[in-house]
Every structure is written in structure tokens, then in C-alpha cells.
Design a protein around this ligand. Sequence first.
Ligand code: ADP
Ligand code: ZN
Length: 604
Amino acid sequence: MAARTPESVLKQVFGYDRFRGFQRDVIEHVVAGGDALVLMPTGGGKSLCYQIPALLRPGVAVVESPLIALMQDQVAALEELGVRAALLNSTLSAGEAAAVERQMRAGELDLVYIAPERLLTERCQNLLAGCALALFAIDEAHCVSQWGHDFRPEYGQLSLLRERWPQVPRIALTATADAPTRGEIAEKLLAEPRVFVASFDRPNIRYRVVEKREPREQLLRFIRAEREGEAGIVYCLARATVEQVAAHLAAEGIAALPYHAGLPADERKRAQQRFKGEDGIVIVATIAFGMGIDKPDVRFVAHLDMPKSVEGYFQETGRAGRDGLPADAWMAYGLQDVVQQRRLIELSDADEAYKRLSTAKLDSMLALAEAADCRRVRLLGYFGEESQACGNCDNCLAPPRLWDATEAAQKLLSCIYRCQQAGGFGFAATHVIDVLRGKVTDKTTKFHHDKLSTFGIGADLSEADWRTLLRQLVAQHLVEVDHDKFNVLRRTEASRAVLRGERRIAMRHSVVPEKPARKRKAAATAAPALSAGQQPLFDRLRDWRAQVAAEHGVPAYVVFHDATLRAIAELKPQSLVALAGISGLGERKLARYGADLLRIVGSA
Ligand code: ADP
Ligand code: ZN
């Protein structure tokens, strides 16, 4: 047999033609025996960085991952590719575990996935001592960080790998990039690692923020117009909202399922299984859902409530489009988000330093939501990366028109003050805006606010405009909303600069077109729609895939990605040689499914 190279394994086993980014450099470094720290965004392609060295180095590669479900999926996918992989964890019977252990000792496995707590046992250490080891791969390596939100104590103890097997290369991988975490991983797990940092850009994701009005209807319209029948995740803050939204979508004929920590475990498990296994399921969830989901064909992630930080937003939206095909990150955002998130910080029992940090993080998220320029530039800028306007976010596709709203802001600030003076402790947004617009209501009459000097001075702007402006002032800490007292508005100290004209306020026009941008202007990264001749073939290939997946008990994407079926529908290959040229068809899948695929193409 000819010597295997990273390229030949990539093509023969995985069916891919070229490496992404620095995958090849990582592979060479690890194959040569070096330690590596790999930082890549979700969907960047971390797995190949250790799977290919596992196939190129003698011995078995030991993979650590915090979640059993993730490990199971990876092993199933590797088995589909004809790779000798197994899982060693508590779900196995004693007999099954013994069989895996025997295979490991006999050198019959290329990869074995072992949960950290099991790896740390004396028994497992002895087992490894009796095996030839190719490498250790530690996935989701940020779990070693005591400061991170995914801290796992047993991850910290993985430092013993370095002490006990200094000659076996280790590769740690994560999508969490900040410098302290990076340092902690290197210090605890690795020895003089080479650090590989990928761009965190996800060019196939289209970022969009719409003004929240009737969020459930807006979401429904978005799905109907652009993502009908496709898999997606909808994030909401509260469990009650999760259930309402899921019920609403389901009533409208969309295959939506709720998911939150308060649901019975078996219901959650079933929802997750269906999401993974079937095409086109929409999961409506709290952020309890997501970690451990590496479904590549999630076509959209929608936020009905704003996340509390840019990190959260990036991580959650990153679950869309891992397969590199066009995907959407869609968020509805309004004043209530600002108020609610600020309130959560205030009410938390964390110390002052932590509250300040949380406020700063929230402010960055607000700046991103309020931005009138390229969202991607801002997002990447947050992670310290410079970039150009992307052409694939709402602000690039339909640049908002801005106007100088300083005078309007002054009117609003005065009106808040006048109302408060004339009516006790103050008033909430609706009333203040009514006064500005000169609307006579029971309340304006009752408090004689129709006599105020600010009554009707803002009739030139719509209610929506005033709400947008108010939201922006709240986001910038110029106005506070007192949620303990009926959401009464108050000016802050900082607002003086606006009243004096020293601080200018620029505002986007509130009428944000919500028409599907995709249909008006296709971005460079958007995949062209399949032609009328190709669509039926694609649908038939998907049906066939669903059948195979059910027979093998694996998710559909483990059989083939959408991108592969799409390419087959477009190119209509007539021979095995032509099929082999398509990305995603390695030798094993070609041998196993080639004839079926040709038959389906032939009968088209
Ligand atoms: P991560 O772990 O970084 O989130 P994965 O390793 O799951 O990402 O890879 C994301 C997807 O990209 C997978 O479906 C994988 O098969 C695919 N992929 C990775 N590398 C390549 C490549 N070089 N060419 C084509 N597809 C790739
Ligand atoms: Zn952009």
C-alpha cells in the first residue's frame, strides 16, 4: 500500500478535496508528535484536525469530550466512513466494554472516545498503559477553565495525561477564544504547544436584526418566506415563551418542538432525537439547548430575546450552517430586551465587580443590535479581528438611512422630565410618547398633561420612531426604565450632555424593510436555488437518505450532507468515477451507496 498522506486520507476516507484553513498544518504538526492548541469557530472543522492524525499515526487515538451524545454521533459518523472507532463509557454493558478494551489492546481501533471521568480511573489508566497510543485529543478544551461557564472539574485533572505519557502528542480544541482561557488550556493540558488561531468569521451566516413588534408573527413570516421546511433553532429567554412560541408555530403547520430544562427528560431527549434525525424540525428552546448539537444542516438560528453577551450571540448563531451552505441568524430586538437584561443583572446576587462586567458585556451586545454599519465587522471586531464590510448582513444588504435625532432626543428627555414634575413619580414609555405626539387620552387629561409645554411637540414622528429613539437612549444609558415602578422612565446624569447639545444622537429610520433580502439581492455566498429539473432529484435523494439513516439508526447527515446531495442533483453523475469527484463521497460511501445513487440519478 502506498504511504498515506493527509491529502490521501482526506479524499479517500472523508471524500473531501481540500483542507480548510490551517487544518493541514495542524495535522502535520500532530503527526510529527507535537502538542497543538486549536481555536476555530463552531463548524470550522476541528474534528479532522485529530481524526486524520489518528489514522496516520500508529496506535489508538484517545478522544475526550464532555458530552456522551456528541461522542456517540462522532463514532456513528466515523463508522459510516469505515473508520475503526468506538466509544467507551457508562452506557456500555460490561461485556461490550470488555470487547472494546480487547480491540484497543490488539491495535484494532483507530479512535476511542472516552468520557473524562472514566479516563481518570485507575482501571482505564492501566488499560491505556497496555495500548499503543497515537495521540490524545481534548475537545471542548475550554471546559478546563475555572472561570468559564462550562467548567468541568474532571477536565482539570486531565493534566495527568501529560505527566504519565509525555511522549504522546496532545491536541486541545475549542471555539472559545479569549486569551485567559487559552492560557489556562495550554498550561494545564499541553507542553509547548503550537497555537493555531482561525478566523472566527462564518461567511455563510447572514446576520439580521429586526425591530421587535409582534415577535411570533415576525418569526412566522421569516420562516415562511425564507426557511419553510428547514431545520432551525429559535431561542427564547423564558420557558413560558418557549412553550407559547412552539405551540404557535405548530398550530401554523411548522414542525416545531419545545425544549427547556423544565420539561421531562424523556421529552427533551425525544425532541433532540427528532431534531437530529429528521429533516426540517424547528426547536424552540432556552439556551439549555445547543451544547452537544453538531448537526451540520441547521439552516437558521432565530433569537426572540436578545442574548446577554456577544459571546453568547456568537456561540448560539454559530450553530447555524456548519456545513458551509447559506444560513440565517435572525434576531428580533426591542426596548423590552434592554430593560429585561439590565434587570437580570441587577437582581442577580453576584458581586459588584461581576455586575459591572456583565453590564459591559451587555452594552457590547446592545451596540451590535443597534449598529447601523456592518454587523460582521462589529462581531469580529469584538473578538479582536479586523475585517471589511461583508455584503451578507442586513446593514450591508440594505444600508439604513440615518438622521440626526439630537433635537428629537432633547424633546423626549424634556418630556420625560415635564411629565414627572407634573404627575408624581413619573410615567412609562406609552404615556410619554402620547404626550409628545399630542394624543389626548384619559391619562393625559387626568394629569393635565395636555397643558404641558411638551404636549404635541413631537407630532412629526411616528410612535414607532419614538420607540426606536427611546430604545437607543436606554441602550446608551441616557434614560433608565424603573422596572420596580411600572417601567417609569427617568433621565440619567449622562443625558445632560445631550440636552446641552454636546452629545449627538444618530438614529436609523424605524421602518426596517422585512422583505426577504435573499430574494432581492443574492449575496456572493448564497447558494443559487436548484432548478426545476434538479429539485425533484434532490428531494428523491433526501427521501432515500432518510430511509438509509433510519435503517442504520443514525441521523440523516451522517449518511450524506445536504451539500453532497445538492451537488449530485446538479451534476447528475453517470458513473462511479464521476460520483467520486463529488465532495463528501469517500471510498467507503462510494462502495456502499454508489450503485444506489447512480440508480436514483439514472431514473430521474
Ligand atoms: P467543529 O467541530 O469545528 O464545529 P466539525 O469538525 O464538526 O466542526 O466540522 C464541521 C463540518 O465541516 C463537518 O460536517 C465536516 O464534515 C465539514 N468539514 C470539515 N473539514 C472539511 C473540509 N476540509 N472539506 C469539507 N468539509 C469539511
Ligand atoms: Zn455586513
